[in-house]
Design a protein around this ligand. Structure first.
Ligand code: NDP
Ligand code: GDR
Length: 361
């Protein structure tokens, strides 16, 4: 097994510009790592989440560096791994939106499934199997259609989207390379985790942004899909600490990270509106359902079937006992603290947008 060289601590994070990449880079820099991140070429700036970590290269000491790259580009990945020689790779890059994966299934498979293989092969081609530990961002979406609750490492997988199916390949190729080549390659099977820098089209951030936008007068109504889906929602800051721990133990393996509590989208909506003192009353059913502000009678939430998915994951609730026992990991942030933090942050943003005459939505 890969002996962990504690003297040299060099991490490579794919997907560093995403929610988890930003939290993980910050965490690893705090632990004294040199952190390299892969960012995609884009016609507009896409590094807002990590700009505060970036120090001017010309200033000398640069513990955080970014490189252009893409999970669909093997030669680029091989070259970067060769140049950086990371002691740890965190593969977080993915087309991570479940609904979008129904629109772009082939691209999702390329980036989320074959991309994992490309990175594992880069390690193997370069003969770095004993030098580099590998973390794969696996997901509770692997569980999909409910087989058992709570879901744990031994629960059978039944993915329900092209995203989930692509991630299933990523999970198993990671296990296979561990078994075939003795690599320190591990899966973190992470349940949903959110934060103020969560992508704006995931349901939690969509809700908190709309609550703030409605409060500040920038928008009138929040349109949502399935209100009854249940998720085990934690805070991204807690989960990146778990990712790091997955690579610090003596043996590689697969670990569920979850809070063990589940809440519906409907409950998230109610709590987020409660943060600004509004009580939501639900009227109607299914595609006709609306959420009304109890005090004013105004409709603030409306179901829009456009957001229904061809196949849905109804219930996720994770059992993180293995992570607790073997990694010493437990989530610290409560659900209500997280909702409060997200609404407060979006209120600040919405007020700035209003002051600057920007709609922002
Ligand atoms: P985000 O969508 O916020 O970030 C995804 C990152 O991947 C972004 O940096 C994005 O770049 C990058 N990316 C996308 N496609 C490519 C590509 N082809 N080549 C290189 N980079 C690419 O996701 P999260 O931070 O929320 O999630 C991180 C990982 O964890 C993902 O793999 C996700 O599937 C997985 N996961 C997430 C969970 C969650 O609840 N957040 C739960 C379980 C697993 P850009 O900024 O340019 O778009
Ligand atoms: P999910 O997150 O699919 O669980 O994947 P998302 O926030 O997109 O959906 C959660 C649930 O909310 C329902 N929903 C809506 N979802 C979105 N995005 N927009 C809506 O308007 C809406 N209305 C209701 C969905 O149907 C679903 O049931 C996330 C991603 O981060 C994945 O990358 C990760 O692997 C999993 O979490 C764990």
């Amino acid at each position: 097994m890969v002996a962990h060289n504690s003297k040299r601590r060099v991490a490579l994070i794919t997907g560093v510009t995403g929610q988890d990449g930003a939290y993980l880079a910050q965490h690893l820099l705090g632990l004294g790592y040199t952190v390299h991140g892969i960012k995609r070429r884009s016609s507009s700036f896409n590094t807002a989440r990590v700009d505060h970590l970036y120090k001017d290269r010309h200033a000398g000491d640069v513990p955080f560096l970014m490189h252009y790259g893409d999970m669909t580009d093997s030669s680029n990945l091989i070259r970067l791994v060769q140049q950086i020689r990371p002691t740890e790779i965190y593969n977080l890059a993915a087309q991570s939106h479940v609904q979008v994966s129904f629109e772009s299934p082939e691209y999702t498979a390329n980036a989320d499934a074959i991309g994992v293989l490309r990175l594992l092969e880069a390690i193997r081609i370069l003969g770095m199997e004993k030098e580099t530990r590998f973390y794969q961002a696996s997901t509770s979406e692997l569980y999909g259609l409910v087989q058992e609750v709570p879901q744990k490492e031994t629960t059978p997988f039944y993915p329900r989207s092209p995203y989930g199916v692509a991630k299933l390949y990523g999970y198993w190729i990671t296990v296979n390379y561990r078994e075939a080549y003795g690599m320190f390659a591990s899966n973190g099977i992470l349940f949903n985790h959110e934060s103020p820098i969560r992508g704006e089209t995931f349901v939690t951030r969509k809700i908190t942004r709309a609550v703030a936008g409605i409060e500040v007068g920038l928008e009138n109504k929040l349109y949502l899909g399935n209100l009854d889906a249940k998720r085990d929602w934690g805070h991204a800051g807690d989960y990146v600490e778990g990712m790091h721990r997955v690579l610090q133990v003596d043996e590689p393996g697969d670990f569920v990270l979850a809070t063990g509590q589940t809440r519906s989208v409907r409950e998230f909506v109610e709590l987020a509106f409660a943060e600004v003192g509004r009580r939501i009353e639900w009227r109607g059913k299914g595609a006709e359902e609306i959420g009304v502000d109890k005090a004013s009678g105004k409709t603030l939430v409306q179901v829009d079937p456009t957001y229904f998915r061809p196949t849905e994951v109804d219930l996720l609730i994770g059992d993180a006992s293995k992570a607790r026992a073997k990694l010493g990991w437990t989530p610290k942030t409560s659900f209500s603290q997280m909702v409060k933090e997200m609404v407060a942050s979006d209120l600040v943003q919405a007020r700035q947008d209003a002051a600057n005459g920007k709609r922002g939505f």
